[in-house]
Ligand binder design. Structure first.
Ligand SMILES: [Zn+2]
Ligand SMILES: [Zn+2]
Length: 118
């Protein structure tokens, strides 16, 4: 079980499944959505995710056709993304976990767009 929250602490959630690998996504939409060189995420079962607090402070933005990015409307932290056509899973924004992220294996995806960081 893991817990996470947005930057301002309004949105709090719990994940009731094991996470082993998280992915760094280097695609351009993640870069822009998170205003960062990459975004880390993990796909989990929707049924293993629940809000502890602040669900009414979320806002969704359809960043590409059928993909919604959900964030705290107070502080802007991205919490998860989902596709209504694939309701069984969500893409959790792993950087919001209140957990030592070094325990997870890291994989890189969409590296064709990767920024060369020194
Ligand atoms: Zn917030
Ligand atoms: Zn991406």
């Amino acid at each position: 079980m893991y817990r996470g929250e947005c930057l301002c602490g309004t949105v709090m959630y719990q994940v009731n499944t094991a996470i082993s690998t998280i992915e760094c996504c280097h695609c351009q939409t993640c870069r822009k959505a998170h205003s960062s060189a990459f975004a880390i995420g993990v796909t989990i079962d929707s049924s293993s995710f629940e809000f502890v607090n602040g669900e009414d402070s979320l806002q969704a933005f359809e960043s590409s056709n059928g993909k919604f990015r959900v964030f705290c409307k107070k502080c802007g932290s991205h919490i998860y993304a989902y596709r209504p056509q694939q309701p069984k899973t969500i893409r959790l924004r792993a950087a919001t976990l209140n957990t030592d992220l070094n325990q997870f294996t890291i994989k890189h995806i969409h590296t064709e767009n990767r920024i060369k960081l020194n």
